[in-house]
Design a protein around this ligand. Structure first.
Ligand code: UDP
Length: 158
């Protein structure tokens, strides 16, 4: 049984979708991850291609909403980020909230900034394996920074 105090360092992919960029929410969303204590290790703004999106959403290709999802995600630039820290995959899903904003708790990104499932502001990887796959898909190795946070010992146990 794992000791509850064990630090499990993970990385996850977070993206501010085109509606979030349009609505100038990038800073507020990033602030939530910074203030929680997570470490930013990669970030870029881009106009995503249908090719990349079809790989990213490979499990959704046959869903009825997929064409409108493609249209939405390619409608403008997005900001993709990699955040690192203890249990970051699960914690960021909690911070982002339910896929359907109508079900998302107040205090979550989707629960505070969105109303409808087709404009839910942000993406967060949903598993450790999914995060690894998505990070490889969106980032080159050299775009990810290995750096030490000076306050690491204030965030985690010594
Ligand atoms: N989506 C949608 N309609 C649906 C379900 C999903 O437009 O009925 C979109 C929505 O933007 C969602 C994305 O497809 O964030 C990916 O869906 P997934 O089930 O993977 O949810 P997520 O992991 O983003 O919470």
């Amino acid at each position: 049984i794992a000791n509850v105090s064990t630090v499990v360092t993970e990385r996850t992919l977070i993206a501010v979708k085109p509606d979030g960029v349009q609505r100038r929410l990038v800073g507020q969303i990033m602030q939530r991850f910074e203030q929680r204590g997570f470490k930013l290790v990669g970030m870029k703004m881009l106009q995503v291609s249908e090719e990349l999106l079809s790989q990213h959403y490979q499990e959704l290709r046959r869903k009825p909403f997929y064409p409108s999802l493609l249209h939405y995600m390619t409608s403008g630039p997005i900001v993709v980020m990699v955040w690192e820290g203890h249990n970051v995959v699960r914690t960021s899903r909690i911070m982002v909230g339910d896929t359907n904003p109508a079900e998302a708790q107040a205090g979550t990104v989707r629960g505070d900034f969105s109303i409808h499932i087709s404009r839910n502001v942000v993406h967060a990887s949903d598993s450790v394996e999914g995060a690894q796959r998505e990070i490889q898909l969106w980032f080159h190795r050299k775009e990810l920074m290995d750096w030490d946070c000076y306050d690491h010992n204030s965030t985690y146990q010594l």
